[in-house]
Design a protein around this ligand. Structure first.
Ligand code: PMV
Length: 361
């Protein structure tokens, strides 16, 4: 599919008013997307577990108005007006307007809230952009009722990508691939696709406990981080390595190879941060507690052989990944050894999920 396939034909009827609510989850990448070109085209393919508990719920209420050539909307975050989110929405609307030409025909009230605390250091852009895109697709579906579910999901993912690259992996689950890879049929730089190969059941029950090491704003945004991959001395090797890691995952997923999974996923996390530390200007998002936790995980795994590993996002928090059958033991390990490294002892238990849900009012 190309961009053109997402341009709608003329709408037959524009509803006067209505509402739509969607809940979209966050996701955690196993092979990371780091480096892009305009607009939100990834430098390498990535794959993520869709999460379940960490999610954004968004309601859009729309009212027909005279098209005056402007976007018209209000934004409420957790019930209160949120002016500083508005520029991001305007940029998003500008990017998607060609694909949703009804945007200037309505006044929108956008109400959004997260299941996780605002100051948790968990980025809400993936879940937020996915939820918003799904609401907008719902409105488009009212105008094009014959639209099928596959197109609905694909276009929602396409729109979400234009808001935040990784958001395109938050529409469906449990494993979503984003970015062209010659060996992955259907893969695209424009939207996420459900991973098309065999995945052993052990991976569909995976748990992700997010250890909240640092709840504040990070010093360097992922937008800036992506840009720093231009002219990065290791970029070319990194992009090549991501392609190879995507290939390496195929037998790992098929055979439920936990050892292979752990090696690949931890290596990907450290590479992401190595890219940050070796860009110019260089920066570091890990904190001392991030490293304390990583060392404790290695020591615990060595001693117990429990298949638990970590991954990192663009931040200091640690995602602890483990299969469901070792849940009790890992929870004990968290309480005994890891919680003390978290800000105020806080962590969030999440797990692999099946994707976004429409909420009926
Ligand atoms: O979606 P963005 O532009 O915020 O980039 C996300 C990048 C990482 O979270 C670090 C990796 C990934 O693939 O999710």
């Amino acid at each position: 599919m190309t961009e053109k396939d997402f341009l709608p034909k003329n709408y037959e009827n524009l509803p006067q008013k209505g509402t739509s609510t969607w809940k979209a989850p966050s996701n955690i990448a196993l092979v990371k997307y780091w480096g892009k070109r305009p607009i939100q085209i990834p430098a390498n393919p990535s794959i993520s577990f869709t999460l379940d508990t960490c999610a954004t719920t968004t309601t859009i209420t729309f009212d027909k108005k005279k098209n005056t050539g402007d976007f018209s909307f209000e934004l409420l975050f957790e019930g209160k007006p949120k002016e500083d989110f508005k520029p991001k929405i305007v940029t998003f609307f500008e990017r998607v307007e060609a694909y949703l030409p009804f945007l200037k025909d309505y006044h929108f009230t956008i109400e959004t809230s997260n299941s996780f605390p605002h100051s948790s250091g968990i980025a809400s852009s993936a879940s937020g952009m996915a939820a918003l895109s799904l609401c907008l697709m719902d409105i488009e579906k009212m105008m094009v009722p014959e639209m099928d579910q596959t197109f609905f999901n694909t276009k929602a993912s396409f729109l979400a990508r234009l808001g935040s690259g990784s958001a395109c992996r938050s529409v469906e689950g449990p494993l979503i691939e984003f970015g062209v890879h010659d060996h992955i049929p259907g893969s695209s730089d424009l939207f996420g696709v459900p991973y098309p190969f065999v995945v052993d059941e052990v991976f569909t029950t995976f748990q992700d406990t997010i250890l909240l090491v640092h709840k504040g704003e990070k010093q360097v945004s992922s937008t800036v981080g992506h840009q720093l991959m231009h002219g990065h001395p290791y970029a070319r090797n990194r992009f090549e390595q991501a392609l190879q890691n995507m290939d390496a995952l195929k037998p790992i997923f098929a055979h439920g190879d936990l050892e292979g999974f752990i090696k690949l996923v931890e290596s990907e996390a450290l590479i992401l941060h190595a890219m940050m530390m070796t860009s110019m200007p260089y920066f570091m998002l890990m904190k001392p507690a991030t490293l304390e936790i990583i060392h404790k995980i290695w020591k615990y795994r060595e001693a117990t052989k429990v298949p638990v590993c970590f991954t990192l996002d663009a931040g200091a928090n640690v995602h602890l990944l483990y299969p469901d059958h070792v849940k009790e033991r890992v929870h004990q390990f968290i309480d005994d050894q890891l919680a003390k490294h978290c800000e105020n002892g806080h962590y969030i238990h999440d797990r692999v999920g099946l994707g976004a849900q429409k909420i009926n009012s």
